[in-house]
Design a protein around this ligand. Structure first.
Ligand SMILES: N[C@@H](CCC(=O)N[C@@H](CS)C(=O)NCC(=O)O)C(=O)O
Length: 211
């Protein structure tokens, strides 16, 4: 049985979405990043970083959301679905997955934190402005790419699209306008409308963090 540690409203959402796309049975342990659940010795034995998500698949214990997603798709996707068809498609999936983590995630999370998540007194409008500025170039890169092709790695939705869209989904709560990026906005809407993504969001977690 595959187990995912992490509440749905966290980066654990990424592997939950992949598992729903794949239609695999899995068990979710709704471990929250607020509180002590990530400091429990039994959890630190799985993920010494003290972060979520962590995947357990038989003898394999894996952390880092993008690595988990790529592993699940590589191992379990039927041909012609979530995993790309060729070495070139795989290379593009790695490229876009690394790209979204290094070029987008940090800046977008900062906008989200300082616009919506932090208590009002701790929000910093300068950080929002600076990080929106930092996002301009990578958003332009994605816009140019998606103006020329429908999806990132193959002519269909693959793990490359899922990984990038899962991070960019923060644009919605962060109220980041994509009006200047119409191809990216249309692609993101299509990705986020997938039934598997909606099922993942409604996943009924197991609240027992000791399991
Ligand atoms: N690069 C990691 C980041 C994991 C991460 O930071 N997760 C957050 C929750 S979304 C967390 O566990 N935070 C706990 C903490 O910072 O103490 C990944 O993508 O899996």
């Amino acid at each position: 049985m595959i187990t995912v540690h992490g509440i749905t409203a966290s980066r654990a959402f990424r592997p939950l979405w992949v598992l729903e796309e794949l239609g695999l049975p899995y068990h979710q342990v709704a471990r929250d990043f607020r509180g002590d659940a990530l400091d429990e010795p039994s959890y630190l034995a799985l993920n010494p970083n003290g972060r979520i998500p962590t995947l357990v698949d038989d003898d394999l214990v894996l952390w880092e959301s993008m690595a988990i997603d790529l592993y699940l798709a590589r191992r379990y996707s039927p041909p012609g679905e979530l995993w790309p068809d060729s070495a070139v498609g795989e290379a593009l999936a790695w490229q876009w997955s690394f790209w979204v983590m290094t070029e987008v995630e940090h800046a977008l999370l900062s906008v989200l934190m300082h616009r919506r998540i932090l208590p009002e007194a701790r929000r910093d409008a300068d950080k929002v402005k600076r990080n929106l500025g930092l996002l301009r170039r990578p958003f332009g890169v994605l816009e140019q790419t998606l103006a020329k092709r429908p999806f990132l790695a193959e002519p269909r939705f693959t793990i490359a699209d899922l990984n990038v869209a899962a991070v960019l989904s923060w644009c919605i709560p962060a109220r980041v306008s994509l009006a200047e990026h119409p191809a990216m906005a249309a692609w993101l809407k299509l990705c986020l409308a997938r039934p598997a993504r909606k099922r993942a969001q409604q996943a009924e977690p197991d609240l027992d963090t000791d399991s």
